[in-house]
Design a protein around this ligand. Structure first.
Ligand code: ZN
Length: 218
């Protein structure tokens, strides 16, 4: 609903094409999945660590200097990569996919810090930062993608919170108040780390001039 509204509003300004608007919907859907990455073994968590492990492996291949490459006779299909780089990429993939994911499972608990607004903002601004650094897409599109992630995140928290009010029996479940929160006060170290990360992102990012102009023009 929000996605359609956002995409419709974006189309109306004539700044974005249909594909970019469709892309925004995907970002919104991704945002709705992010709060529950702390559900151990759940689909969002597996998808996130699957994607992160691929990013880690790709980064190894991209960052290690080309001088490191040499011919691998017994593995012709990975000839341009080189066997050391291939092994390191595999190691990076493995470390992120298994030990790191397990560490995350140990440190997080469901509806903990991952389910808070500050972490939602970190996801949103973190994406904008990565997008502005690595993508050639329009600056406004990248900002809107960040907004879509945060909106999706917010919708998830609000729906979780509404679900904890049992309307038929007019009573409030014990989970009330656990879904929509700014931080997790009983996990001070994690909460402080999230605030620091958010502060660094705000400091790194440029002033969102394109986004503000777009909002004014709505
Ligand atoms: Zn949730």
């Amino acid at each position: 609903m929000f996605a359609a509204g956002l995409a419709g509003a974006t189309l109306a300004t004539g700044n974005l094409d249909g594909w970019e608007s469709l892309g925004l919907m995907l970002f919104l859907v991704a945002g709705t999945l992010l709060p529950d990455i702390d559900v151990d073994g759940g689909r969002p968590q597996r998808a996130l660590f699957g994607a992160l492990s691929l990013v880690a492996a790709t980064a190894v291949v991209a960052i290690l200097p080309a001088s490191y490459n040499h011919r691998v006779d017994w593995l012709p299909q990975i000839e341009p990569i080189g066997c050391e780089i291939f092994a390191l990429a595999l190691l990076a993939w493995f470390v992120v996919r298994y030990p790191l994911a397990m560490l995350f499972q140990r440190l997080s608990r469901h509806r903990g810090l991952c389910h808070s607004l500050v972490v939602g903002l970190c996801w949103s601004l973190g994406w904008v930062y990565v997008g502005l650094q690595c993508l050639t897409a329009d600056v406004l599109v990248i900002w809107l993608q960040g907004v879509a992630i945060f909106l999706g995140f917010l919708i998830h928290l609000v729906l979780d919170e509404l679900y904890s009010v049992d309307i038929n029996n007019a009573r409030i479940r014990r989970s009330f108040g656990s879904a929509l929160k700014i931080l997790q006060p009983d996990f001070p170290l994690g909460s402080i780390a999230a605030c620091i990360l958010l502060g660094v992102l705000i400091w790194l990012l440029p002033y969102p001039e394109e986004l503000l102009q777009w909002l004014v023009a709505l």
